[in-house]
Write a new protein. Structure first.
Length: 317
């Protein structure tokens, strides 16, 4: 069985293509790594890069991506809708084939320590790599964001990092590194300028407020487009499917007298998820927001390849 780890770093840059291209190039330059997808979002001012390879190659590529981001992104000038604490905001390792979650935890710890030691960026461990229960969930680790963490990391003992100095890097901030199962990042855009609608819907559907299991959600404004967004992390698509989440949003949006305009998957999804969606949503005239899916079965034992996944929520209306 092939030794395959997926890595999905989130960088705090979604407007300067030359910066994102340089980071992606540094990752792809590592032998044994395959770059699968790069997504940029100017409203969130964030990009998500997906790559795979064996453990050693992925570890080196992740560090090279971190090094490139630290050299190019200044968090003191960063503005965007998405919460963030650093230039390389989140660095998750995902077991796909021939590796275990424990293997990915070991990767997270070794790469996290290297980022702290060589780049002087404080590192927090999260999800399966978390060293404390209160650091398992990403929103808890990211509390206060870059601006709030500047003070908290130096004054609150419970906010000290797992690796590195108890002080933010002057331009790159901090980094959150971990190991987790497959996560689906999914946004649903609503046809209104009233961001309170998106915030109410997000609150209603997220698990932490009594909503759908394994769903994290926030409401954002997309000012340049005159829309608002319900942005979701589906942390376990087996507990709540994308169809279930979409139907819940549609029902709540209808009560708000608002229409769903579109939706998008950020990054890649397991092939099985795409196949489940293909029948109900593939209609003439529907565009593809995320054109490729990660072709692996739920257990992660299938060969890696690309296959189209057509996705647009408005085709369900």
């Amino acid at each position: 069985m092939a030794d395959i780890v997926e890595c999905v770093p989130n960088f705090s840059e979604g407007r300067r293509k030359e910066v994102v291209d340089a980071i992606a190039k540094s990752i792809a330059s590592v032998p044994g790594v395959r770059l699968l997808d790069t997504e940029m979002d100017p409203d969130h001012n964030r990009c998500v890069i997906t790559f795979v390879g064996d453990r050693n190659a992925v570890a080196e590529a992740a560090f090279q991506g971190a090094k490139s981001a630290v050299a190019r992104i200044d968090m003191n000038h960063h503005r965007g809708e998405h919460p963030r604490v650093g230039a390389l905001d989140v660095l998750p390792f995902v077991p796909i084939s021939g590796v275990t979650m424990d293997d990915c935890v070991a990767l997270a710890k070794s790469v996290g320590k290297r980022i702290a030691d060589e780049l002087q960026v404080p590192v927090y461990l999260y999800e399966a790599a978390a060293t404390r229960p209160d650091r398992k969930a990403l929103p808890d680790v990211r509390r206060g964001e870059f601006e709030g963490l500047k003070v908290a990391i130096e004054t609150e003992p419970e906010r000290r990092p797992d690796f590195g100095p108890a002080k933010l890097h002057p331009t790159a901030g901090a980094c959150i590194v971990g190991a987790r199962p497959v996560l689906i990042a999914w946004n649903v855009n609503l046809g209104t300028k009233d961001v309170t609608v998106a915030k109410r819907i997000a609150k209603a559907i997220r698990e932490s407020d009594g909503g759908l299991p394994a769903v994290r959600a926030k409401g954002f404004e997309l000012a340049d487009r005159g829309l608002v967004q319900v942005s979701m992390n589906m942390t376990d698509y087996r507990k709540t499917s994308l169809v279930q989440a979409f139907e819940a949003i549609r029902e709540l949006a209808t009560k708000e007298h608002v229409e769903i305009v579109e939706s998008e998957i950020i990054g890649l999804v397991p092939l099985g998820v795409g196949k489940a969606l293909a029948s109900p949503i593939h209609t003439p005239g529907v565009s593809c927001s995320s054109p490729y899916g990660l072709a692996t079965d739920v257990a992660g034992s299938a060969p890696m390849r690309h296959e189209p996944i057509w996705w647009a929520a408005n085709s369900w209306m």
